[in-house]
Design a protein around this ligand. Structure first.
Ligand code: AMP
Length: 209
């Protein structure tokens, strides 16, 4: 199965994606995670992406598309994948379609995880992740165990200012993918508000699992 997750920053895509790939046994491909790994490793791609990411802007399509195409060509992606954070623009969606079509494949489902803007900033600013397990916590809504406090990471772009830029980028550049995928007949909407476990149940239902 080839699945795409779309939704504003802080919609819970990363948390939910981890649960879904566990169930479906397909790779979780997050372009945000790939860029963060490249920044950490200090690669030329990471150096180029870093400035865009810190300020909450999208990395240019040319770099992002090249990185994603390489990733989905890897053997583990042949039997399916879950894309989290890609595509984020219509040119990215067109490039993805073209790459898959060349191999006689297509996206099966696009899940739109809907969360209203007024909930997003509070969700993002309190977000912390565990670099060892990848588990995402929230200081108020999903507090981490105290013994982990020392190792948790606060993303550089999880500030209020960068969050507002990311939300703006979502509405202007990513939201047009909703009618795009609706017209392809693959879009399914899921309410992303509420307990993470309830959202998982809704997503499983939308995927027919
Ligand atoms: P995320 O972890 O998905 O919130 O992504 C973090 C940041 O990585 C974004 O704010 C962008 O700067 C960059 N990024 C991730 N995915 C993409 C994409 N598909 N297109 C452009 N930039 C991206």
């Amino acid at each position: 199965m080839r699945v795409v997750f779309i939704g504003p920053p802080g919609a819970g895509k990363g948390t939910q994606a981890a649960r879904i790939v566990d169930r479906l046994q397909i790779p979780h491909i997050s372009t945000g995670d790939m860029f963060r790994a490249a920044v950490k490793a200090g690669t030329p791609l990471g150096k180029e992406a870093d400035g865009y990411m810190k300020s909450g802007k999208l990395v240019p399509d040319s770099l992002t598309i090249a990185m994603l195409r390489e990733r989905i060509a890897e053997p583990d992606a042949k039997r399916g994948f879950l894309l989290d954070g890609f595509p984020r623009t219509v040119p990215q969606a067109d490039a993805l379609d073209a790459a898959l079509r060349a191999d006689d494949m297509k996206i099966d489902v696009v899940l739109l995880v809907e969360v209203p803007d007024e909930l997003i900033v509070a969700r993002i600013v309190g977000r912390r992740s565990d670099p060892d397990t990848g588990r995402i916590y929230h200081l108020t809504f999903d507090p981490p165990p105290p013994e982990l406090a020392g190792r948790l990471v606060h993303r550089k772009d999880d500030t209020e200012e960068a969050c507002r830029t990311r939300l703006g980028a979502y509405h202007s550049q990513t939201a047009p993918l909703v009618p795009y995928y609706e017209s392809h007949g693959v879009l399914r909407r899921v309410d992303g508000v509420g307990e993470p476990a309830d959202v998982t149940t809704r997503i499983m239902g939308a995927l027919g699992l």
